[in-house]
Design a protein around this ligand. Structure first.
Ligand code: AMP
Length: 368
């Protein structure tokens, strides 16, 4: 996929009506915005367009489009509309990338600017379809996302280390496989690691296990060997008798070697030796990509692995890229955000980027 896309700076915006697709999908509580980060992040593009003589029409989704669909269905059902007709009509909109909707959006403007990275993995009317009817370029947020991540994947400064965590192997199958084509070292922590440890023949007690993915993990370990990629798994593990309940409640833990997890215990975080091993790998890299927590980081006792990785990235001289809501939030909460080269604003989109998938909302933009 070509990541060299035209931006607002590559086209003449003066005197033009610009349809700007933003991500204003802000968290709210009782109708009050609890974080305006996404709105603030859109300001540089809005300001640039206004300063250069454009008239800006900013649009965004808010909540899931499906919620709007449900509301539509409910209303039409109450009105007694034929159910077959409701379904036919309801899906003709945004999420179905309906050309009539895309055309209607495009008719308002002379230029389309996309700056909602969090939605570029979706082929919706306002993220991709509209570009069929207007010249389409990116704003500064997307330019940064695809510039940094595109370079990291296409032409990384080496050693290139990727750190993956999170709950399940099955959520990251394509990410693991694609990254093995690109990195020098692949680090796997979090709940995902236990399926790999089990595939190595270790007992993993009652830890999270994707038993259907054991063969896949074996394949990936063989692929790593064949490609000369170093695959690092936890060498020690923080275990407990049960999953914490409540998730942030007090918990008794001990640390054991990853090859000696007792049958009645579950692994909930990486141990101290693993923290050092992973941090060392991150510090000696030139490019590091991190996605997913190393343990049940919602619990302070089990957050140490995730904190250690965030700290290692903050301390590293490398180009550091963090994607995914949990890892991004961890960096921000720890106050490390300004020590990381790039924290992606799109969890799902950055994961699909790492999978090597074409992102429809990026593909639709004009090439440089
Ligand atoms: P994901 O949504 O795949 O990024 O996974 C994030 C979730 O994985 C977090 O809620 C963590 O609590 C959970 N997680 C991480 N490590 C483990 C583990 N060892 N056992 C169970 N859950 C875990």
């Amino acid at each position: 996929m070509n990541y060299a896309k035209k931006s607002v700076k590559d086209v003449d915006v003066a005197g033009k009506k610009v349809l700007l697709r933003c991500d204003f999908n802000v968290p709210t509580k009782d109708g009050v915005i609890t974080s305006d980060k996404r709105i603030v992040a859109a300001l540089p593009t809005i300001k640039y367009l206004l300063d250069n003589g454009a008239a800006v029409i900013a649009c965004s989704h808010m909540g899931k489009p499906i919620a709007t669909y449900d509301a539509y269905v409910k209303k039409q059902t109450e009105k007694g509309t034929d159910p077959a007709k409701i379904t036919e009509e309801a899906w003709k909109g945004e999420t179905k990338n309906n050309p009539d909707l895309a055309k209607a959006l495009a008719s308002m403007a002379e230029l389309y600017v996309s700056d909602a990275f969090g939605t570029v993995h979706r082929a919706h009317a306002s993220t991709a379809g509209v570009a069929d009817y207007l010249p389409a370029v990116c704003g500064f947020l997307i330019e940064k996302e695809i510039g940094i991540m595109g370079k990291a994947l296409a032409d990384p400064e080496r050693p290139f280390v990727a750190i993956l965590g999170g709950a399940k192997v099955s959520d990251k199958l394509n990410v693991i496989s694609n990254l093995l084509e690109k990195v020098d070292t692949l680090i796997i922590g979090g709940g995902m690691a236990y399926t790999f440890l089990a595939a190595k023949g270790y007992g993993v007690g009652t830890s999270l296990l994707d038993s259907e993915k054991l063969d896949y993990c074996k394949e990936m370990m063989a692929k790593a060997e064949e490609k000369g990629v170093k695959l690092l798994l936890p060498i020690d593990t923080v275990v407990a008798k049960n999953f914490p309940d409540p998730i942030d409640g007090p918990i008794d833990v001990e640390t054991v070697s990853s090859s000696e997890i007792p049958d009645d215990m579950m692994g909930l975080d990486i141990g101290e030796k693993t923290r050092e091993l992973f941090a060392e790998a991150a510090k000696s890299a030139k490019t590091v990509v991190w996605n997913g927590p190393m343990g049940v980081f919602e619990n302070p006792t089990l957050a140490k692995g995730t904190i250690a990785v965030a700290q290692a990235l903050a301390d590293s001289e490398a180009i550091t890229i963090v994607g995914g809501g949990d890892s991004a939030a961890a960096c921000e909460q720890l106050g490390f955000a300004d020590k990381i080269t790039h924290i992606s604003t799109g969890g799902g989109a950055s994961l699909e980027f790492l999978e090597g998938k074409e992102l429809p909302g990026v593909a639709a933009l004009l090439d440089k």
